[in-house]
Write a protein that binds this ligand. Structure first.
Ligand SMILES: [Zn+2]
Length: 306
């Protein structure tokens, strides 16, 4: 009996399927690539499997899902990958939505306009998840091994990010509006079963209004439009009933100062510190030069005595 050393495309394919079940994706991918090379009967499915494996091994890359969606466009029959039954039409929709959502997530959020655009795009893709996937469970999450949500639940996460991004954009010009937007994010997080405490703290900070301890002007939005500065409110001051006193945290170890006063003080003190630093460095260098000169003259004297 002669044993064939070279496996056929079909044998390699079947072995690949077993490797996928064992989650040995890199090895399985090699098998499927060879199946395609040798023109095995399942070459078309092998192409899809290769793209699914690429997504499994690089799952934060939106390009992987667009590639998989393109390869799936010609597939009609449902198939199994690992233990997951896959409807190719549905997987195409999921891959496109996921790639879109990831691309939005990667958008820079470095200014108000960018954050608002990002927020609106998140809300738009959330609506697509509701409409196109609804109560079905998302297959692609199961395939690449992340928490598999329904379309509705995924939409809630994305809506929360959307409102959070819109709020981050709005807070620079309108902290009250930012707090309202965060109320929507909070509602999404509660529906998801989270405690939403972080969002609630943010809402409280954005809605908080105080008067600047230095100039007395009103400001809304803690951490953005007014900040705390270390200070010492003496007991005598604490007896006063004026509303500026309300503008110090309860432990009287600091005061609230609005951003213009805060930034002018901190910039000026930075300048002063820099001047002192530069002067100190200059004096150190002069001292070092004097010491070097003294050392040199000492050596000269010593070598002359030898
Ligand atoms: Zn002020």
């Amino acid at each position: 009996m002669v044993l064939s050393v070279f496996k056929s495309g079909d044998e390699l394919f079947n072995q690949g399927v077993d490797l996928v079940k064992r989650k040995e994706y890199a090895k399985a991918k090699k098998n499927f690539e060879k199946t395609i090379e040798k023109g095995g009967r399942e070459a078309d499915l092998a192409r899809i499997y290769v793209d699914i494996i690429d997504a499994c091994l690089d799952r934060d890359n939106p390009a992987r899902y667009n590639k998989l969606a393109a390869t799936l466009a010609n597939a009609k029959d449902s198939f199994v990958f690992g233990l997951t039954e896959v409807d190719p039409g549905r997987l195409v929709i999921e891959c496109r939505l996921l790639a879109e959502r990831m691309t939005i997530g990667n958008m820079p959020g470095n200014n108000q306009a960018a954050l608002e655009e990002k927020g609106n795009k998140f809300l738009e893709v959330a609506r697509k998840y509701q409409a196109q996937i609804g109560n079905e469970t998302i297959t692609i999450s199961e395939l690449v091994g992340v928490q598999a949500n329904t379309g509705i639940r995924e939409a809630l996460y994305i809506q929360a990010w959307g409102y959070e991004s819109l709020a981050s954009g709005a807070v620079m010009s309108d902290p009250k509006k930012a707090a309202e937007l965060l109320q929507n994010a909070y509602a999404c997080r509660k529906q998801l079963g989270e405690d939403g405490q972080q969002t609630m703290n943010q809402i409280k900070a954005y809605s908080k209004s105080v008067k600047c301890w230095i100039c007395g002007r009103p400001a809304t939005g803690e951490g953005v439009h007014f900040l705390t500065m270390s200070s010492d409110v003496s007991p005598f001051m604490r007896k006063e009933k004026d509303d500026i006193l309300q503008s110090a945290p309860a432990d009287y170890s600091s005061v609230y100062v609005w951003r213009p006063c805060y930034s002018s003080i901190s910039r000026r003190s930075d300048e002063i510190a820099r001047q002192y630093h530069d002067r100190a460095m200059q004096e150190m260098r002069a001292m070092e030069a004097r010491l070097q000169a003294e050392i040199r003259s000492m050596y000269t004297t010593m070598s002359m005595r030898r």
